[in-house]
Design a protein around this ligand. Structure first.
Ligand code: FES
Ligand code: FES
Length: 166
C-alpha cells in the first residue's frame, strides 16, 4: 500500500505517493531526480547519502521516506539554488582542492554546513570529528578539513533560503 506524503525539499513542496519500503535516498534520486545525493554503501557507513532534515544530518539510505512526511529537507542542490553562485562551503572546497572524484562531496558539504551552523569556528579536531561519518577514498581528508576551516573564516555559512513552493 502506498502512502501519501508531503516533503519540503530545498524550499519546494512535493506531494508524493510512496511505497512504505522506499528510502529517502531512493525517492530523492529515482523519483525526484535529485541525484546530487549519492548512494554509496547503503548501510549507513559512508555518509555519501547525507542530507539535512529539520536541521539535522541524516543518512538518507537508512531513512524511510514515509517517516519524512511533513519534514523539511536540504540536499546539496539546495546549497546553490540559483545555480549562479556557489555556497561559501562549496567555493572553499574548490579553492582548496578538496574534491577529486566528488562522490563524497555532497555529504561532506552538508556535514560541514551542519557543523558550521552549530560551531562557527571549529578547531581542526572538531572538524575531523564532525566528518567522522563521511568517508573519502580520494583526498586523504586534509584538503577537506582545510576547506571547512577556510569557509569558517569567511563566516558566511548562510542557510540556503527557500526559493519557491510548488
Ligand atoms: S550510502 Fe548511506 S551511509 Fe553510505
Ligand atoms: S573525492 Fe572521491 S571519495 Fe572523496
Amino acid at each position: 500500500m502506498r502512502h501519501e506524503i508531503t516533503l519540503k525539499i530545498n524550499g519546494d513542496l512535493y506531494e508524493l505517493s510512496v511505497e512504505p519500503w522506499k528510502t529517502l535516498n531512493q525517492v530523492l534520486r529515482e523519483e525526484l531526480n535529485l541525484t546530487g545525493t549519492k548512494l554509496g554503501c547503503g548501510t549507513g557507513d559512508c555518509g555519501a547519502c547525507t542530507v539535512i532534515v529539520d536541521g539535522h544530518t541524516v543518512v538518507s539510505c537508512l531513512t524511510l521516506a514515509v517517516e519524512m512526511d511533513g519534514k523539511e529537507i536540504l540536499t546539496v542542490e539546495g546549497l546553490a539554488p540559483s545555480g549562479q553562485e556557489l555556497h561559501p562551503i562549496q567555493q572553499a572546497f574548490i579553492e582548496k582542492g578538496a574534491i577529486q572524484c566528488g562522490f563524497c562531496t555532497p555529504g561532506m558539504e552538508l556535514s560541514a554546513l551542519y557543523l558550521l551552523k552549530n560551531n562557527p569556528r571549529p578547531s581542526e579536531n572538531e572538524i575531523r570529528e564532525a566528518l567522522s561519518g563521511n568517508l573519502c577514498r580520494c583526498t586523504g581528508y586534509t584538503k577537506i578539513v582545510e576547506a571547512i576551516e577556510a569557509a569558517s573564516k569567511k563566516r558566511k555559512t548562510r542557510t540556503p533560503k527557500s526559493k519557491r513552493s510548488k
